[in-house]
Design a protein around this ligand. Structure first.
Ligand code: C5P
Length: 201
């Protein structure tokens, strides 16, 4: 039987870390759906049309190098505004969610649009400053040269685009549990998420 955990929230709130930990704890598969939009963005940067790239997306594209750059993230949030890009990616995500053995999907619209019937819905968030600081640390540690003000501007611009778009905007599902990680350690946030999933099993 399928058991889906939907984890949504803004950039750098801790979704990725929490999703991986929940998946590992319960032995579920994990899909970072941001990678779909990033893979489309990468192909757009290479000159392809966004809708064509989304329709033609293959699972292998999600492992392409260079998907985690700030430039790709910004283009991803632009292609993600297009309704046709989004609709082209729905089947892939739903098929992943339906696999037996359980699945965790993280993104922006999993609990609201992709898997409205998910067994567990979490909305993981944190203040823009805390999220920018985490992203800044990640980027610096990965060897990217950047400054904090730029990262904060990027985070805010992406939030604004994700929240204000007409199709599948970023917002908590009515029945989502919100976890604000601003003042939580990683371990505390992971424990809260695992507890929420355990309660529904
Ligand atoms: O989560 P990540 O930062 O990798 O996502 C990149 C961009 O892809 C987001 O800013 C958002 O615009 C878009 N996205 C989306 N819906 C999802 C996942 C990501 O619109 N489910």
């Amino acid at each position: 039987m399928s058991f889906t955990v939907a984890i949504d929230g803004p950039a750098a709130a801790g979704k990725g870390t929490i999703s991986k930990a929940v998946a590992a704890h319960f032995g579920f598969a994990h899909l970072d759906t941001g990678l779909l939009y990033r893979a489309v963005a990468k192909r757009v940067l290479g000159g392809e049309d966004a809708v064509a790239a989304a329709r033609d997306l293959k699972a292998g594209d999600l492992d392409a190098p260079g998907l985690r750059t700030p430039e790709v993230a910004q283009v991803a949030s632009r292609v993600a505004v297009e309704a046709e890009v989004r609709s082209s990616l729905v089947d892939f995500q739903r098929a992943f969610a339906a696999r037996s053995g359980g699945a965790v999907l993280d993104g922006r619209d999993i609990g609201t649009v992709i898997c409205p019937e998910a067994a567990v819905k979490l909305f993981v968030t944190a203040s823009p400053e805390v999220r920018a600081e985490r992203r800044y640390r990640e980027l610096t540690e990965a060897g990217h040269k950047t400054d904090f003000a730029n990262v904060l501007d990027d985070v805010k611009a992406r939030d604004e685009r994700d929240r204000s778009r007409a199709t599948a905007p970023l917002k908590p599902a009515d029945d989502a549990l919100t976890i604000d990680t601003s003042n939580m350690s990683i371990d505390e946030a992971v424990a809260a998420a695992i507890g929420a999933v355990q309660a529904r099993r």
